[in-house]
Design a protein around this ligand. Structure first.
Ligand code: GAR
Length: 196
């Protein structure tokens, strides 16, 4: 199972998955990393791991259709089986979505459909959870379609919200769960125990 990653920033979820592949806990291989951010931690991690990596964005490809075609070309060139959005803050284009429909996963740091949609990423999500007074939050892994955070839910893990939580403590607890749960979910997919 060849895994392609899209990531915009730190890339810690991507790293957790790469580590699981290297340690043999997940029967899969990272094949390519694409980032819209030339200075992202994700690209540095890919470089350190010797994984082919590319900066592709409206800066490198101002025409959205050309960018979409280029993304598709890279995914095909690296023989992608499954596409993983790991903190990717852009929408994929229609050609890429059509080519890999049902094979693109995103991770979201809350229990969708709560606290999802455009602008709901990173600390914004945890702020919304605390502002709503939710007693629990979690992690959602879902298929990707044309809209942010809307595709079919594949798996969810619950995380308690403590009365003493700040955005930072909650984010840290959720992130720890993300790293473990994303790998566990991919293991189930690789073993054929979870259908997409
Ligand atoms: C993760 O918490 C992920 O769930 C979130 O961005 C973070 C990326 O961290 N994604 C979203 O909020 C998508 N709506 P990472 O770069 O360290 O993996």
């Amino acid at each position: 199972m060849n895994l392609a990653f899209f990531a915009s920033h730190r890339g810690s979820n991507m790293q957790a998955i790469i580590d699981a592949c290297k340690e043999g806990r997940l029967q899969a291989q990272p094949c390519v990393v694409i980032s819209n951010n030339s200075g992202s931690g994700a690209l540095l991690r890919a470089q350190a791991e010797g994984i082919p990596h590319y900066h592709r964005s409206s800066n490198t490809h101002p025409d959205p259709d050309r960018l979409d075609e280029e993304m598709c070309r890279l995914l095909q060139h690296h023989r992608t089986d499954l596409v993983i959005l790991a903190g990717y803050m852009r929408k994929l284009g229609p050609k890429t979505l059509a080519e890999y429909r049902g094979r693109i996963l995103n991770i979201h740091p809350a229990l969708l459909p709560r606290h999802g949609g455009q602008g709901m990423y990173g600390s914004h999500v945890h702020e919304a959870v605390l502002a709503a007074g939710d007693r629990e939050t979690g992690v959602t892994i879902h298929l990707v379609d044309e809209e942010y955070d809307r595709g079919a839910i594949i798996a969810q893990a619950r995380v308690p919200v403590l009365e003493t939580d700040t955005v930072d403590t909650l984010a840290a607890r959720v992130l720890e769960t993300e790293h473990r749960f994303f790998v566990e979910t991919l293991v189930e997919i690789a073993q054929g125990k979870l259908d997409l």
